[in-house]
Design a protein. Sequence first.
Length: 130
Amino acid sequence: MEKQQERADDARVGVAEGASLYGADGFVGGHGNGDAYQVVLSAPTLEQAEVLREFGTMLASVLRDGGKKRAAGLKPSWKVDTSHMPAIYSHLSKYWHGEEKDADSGQHPFVHLACRALMIAWQETHRGER
């Protein structure tokens, strides 16, 4: 079967055969190829691949913003950061007060909320592995 790759927005996230996500910001897992990375995800249906592509693009924008702050030493590693829960409430409050787009990432406050929720879920399921 011939691989076809779709390209999403300027974050350069795409899906190959509905299973892999690629980006240009650095190697994070899977098989690296030059300045891109590949994350292999199980997506048995095209709809699930589309969800992973779209959500991955949204999360990548939020992670780039947070990554800059972490690289500058303004925040601890996401694996040990204790501010995830307060940040969830902050993003929810911003939404309730009419914010629909974060000034730094350009994403909806719920994308930031979802990212922080996933970080909490990781922390709670990987206790002792940090």
